[in-house]
Design a protein around this ligand. Structure first.
Ligand SMILES: [Zn+2]
Ligand SMILES: [Zn+2]
Ligand SMILES: [Zn+2]
Length: 342
């Protein structure tokens, strides 16, 4: 009987943040690929695009004109998924048909006036302005009595369905904590009650000891491929110090966050020599006025690429019906990202 090895044998890994499992099949990494190949285009974007609805001075759908902004620029999404003026209401038929009204505010954050930039190409100083904007928005929206959850995120690249290459992200603020952070909230609080410590602080300590899944770090932040990663090159960015939200960042830590975001996105771009697509976003405490010491500020990067700029991972079949599955292990992915330098 051969001994079980994570590097060789199929196994499932537990995600303590969501309480879910991922199937890992390291023996399959050598299988030939005959699936879909994405078209790779390395078109250079212009500094200014007269047809871009995010560029300074341009008109957006509905006729509103953007100001000639020079740093970041925030506006209410012209096609918002949530609206603050939604009437309060509820529909229920027995236990099986349930609907609740949901109020919220959706904003767009332009990271920079230049159409051709990405976080990887921006200076730390420029990214720092984006961090400051995120903090300001978290505070401003979080202070509204009906806003209890703020989702800061970026969808980067056409592969992720981003409709516009102009560097921008979104902020959706709403009444209820959505599904994914809801699972994490539940796990972090159960862990806190049982162990009298923070789940991610304890996880961070384990990772700093092994360094197998370490990607890069600076004084205040660490980037690693979590043990339970689902996407091939998934990364989690965590604050080294326990803090519950972006508004806990000191001046120096805000610049550190800008620095680690540049490091991570530069490594991604280097990996397959392409402007790497991803969805990234922050998880932090709800803005319901409670302290939430169980929440530890972190960001998730979920990139879809698998083995090159043109081969992506699909979440289909078994993954839609049963659970996520990956071939390349988190440790192999971390090694590749460490080698990708910056
Ligand atoms: Zn633009
Ligand atoms: Zn913590
Ligand atoms: Zn999270």
């Amino acid at each position: 009987m051969t001994e079980f090895q994570l590097t060789k044998h199929p196994h499932r890994r537990f995600n303590p943040l969501t309480g879910e499992w991922v199937l890992v099949s390291p023996h399959r990494t050598e299988r030939p690929w005959q699936g879909q190949v994405e078209e790779t285009r390395r078109e250079e974007e212009p500094v200014y695009d007269p047809h871009c609805y995010l560029c300074p001075g341009n008109a957006r759908a509905g006729g509103v004109r953007n100001p000639e902004y020079t740093g970041t620029f925030v506006f209410e999404n012209d096609f918002a998924a949530l609206r603050p003026d939604t009437p309060d209401g509820r529909l229920q038929e027995g236990e099986l048909i349930v609907a609740e009204s949901e109020r919220g505010i959706c904003r767009v954050v332009c990271f920079a006036p230049r159409h051709d930039l990405t976080i990887a190409r921006m200076s730390v100083h420029e990214i720092r302005q984006v961090v400051d904007t995120w903090v300001g928005q978290y505070q401003e929206l979080g202070a509204l009595p009906f806003i209890n959850w703020i989702q800061v995120f970026e969808n980067r690249g056409a592969l992720m369905g981003a409709s516009n290459p102009h560097p921008h992200g979104q902020i959706w603020a709403e009444e209820e904590v959505p599904n994914e952070p809801g699972k994490e909230a539940h796990s972090q609080s159960a862990y806190q009650v049982e162990n009298r410590s923070c789940l991610l602080c304890d996880y961070l300590e384990l990772e700093l000891r092994s360094r197998e899944r370490f990607v890069c770090d600076n004084d205040s932040f660490i980037a690693l491929v979590p043990f339970w990663a689902v996407w091939p090159f998934e990364i989690m960015v965590m604050s080294k110090r326990h803090m519950t939200g972006l508004d806990d960042l000191s001046d120096v830590e805000r610049t550190s966050l800008a620095g680690i975001l540049k490091q991570v996105t530069s490594r991604y771009d280097n990996l397959f020599q392409v402007s790497f697509p991803y969805t990234m976003g922050f998880h932090q405490r709800p803005t319901d006025g409670e302290a939430h010491p169980e929440w530890h500020l972190h960001a998730h990067f979920y990139p879809p690429l698998l083995r090159s700029a043109s081969v992506r991972k699909f979440m289909v079949g078994y993954e839609m019906l049963a659970m996520p599955q990956r071939d390349i292990t988190a440790e192999m992915a971390a090694q590749r990202l460490r080698d990708a330098g910056q």
